[in-house]
Design a protein. Sequence first.
Length: 262
Amino acid sequence: MLDLSNITKVFNPGTVNEKIALENINLHVNRGDVICIIGSNGSGKSTLFNIISGTYPVTNGKIIFDEVDITSSPEYRRAMTVGRIFQDPTKGTAANMSIEDNMITAMTKGMKGLRISLNNEKRKMFSELLKPIGLENRLKDNVGLLSGGQRQALTLLMTVMSKPKMILLDEHTAALDPRNAQIVMDLTERYIKEYELTALTVTHNMQFAIDFGNRLIMMDEGSIILDVSGEQKANLTVDELVRRFKDLRKKNFDDDEGLLTD
Ligand SMILES: Nc1ncnc2c1ncn2[C@@H]1O[C@H](COP(=O)(O)OP(=O)(O)OP(=O)(O)O)[C@@H](O)[C@H]1O
Ligand SMILES: [Mg+2]
């Protein structure tokens, strides 16, 4: 489904601030893969997402999505196939618009020139979709009134409604309290199954990374240093993961600071 070949991303090349954020990344994502990405701060996880979604151009390498070379394709065009959710719950929805207006916008995303009007049939459908989030009776409320957890759940629903082929979740529950984080995570799992999505999830929670999805990728200093799937992944423990992280990483640090902590 997605093929990244020899991807390198250098920020501020040729200056004192030059930073190699991704170095020769090769990654093949299969349709239906649910991948957890772990790695210390600054290891390149978000940059990898920025490259896949087209937020930043690559310095080197090639991106193929469903047999099409999208390396130079602009972000807005990729947004129809790649949905993205950020850590900040305020990012994915418009605060001063009602829930139903936000939802109709999500529905029409990518339908150039086509306008879908809000009618009772749509409202009924939205209500049904909102039930798992408990917002079925709040269609007319402005999104700004919602809690962070509700808002992130709505963002997730809206992303799924726009029918992406792949979703990129960048620590999308990190800003929520544990209870809401769990609710949003359960919803994430439900949508991935229901809509048969391919998903890449960045997390700092190692136990979660072991439990969730079929594949685990560890990044360090712009490289993928571990890529395990299936049984191998399921049989991992947090201790084993930390040990492998220490063994595999390029530099040897004396402590685990900034490691893959919760
Ligand atoms: N727009 C940018 N301009 C310059 N440098 C950047 C930019 N974005 C990221 N970087 C640098 O690239 C490196 C990788 O950053 P990135 O945000 O991908 O890390 P990350 O793995 O997502 O970290 P975190 O766990 O803290 O979110 C870092 O050194 C960062 O400072
Ligand atoms: Mg990041």
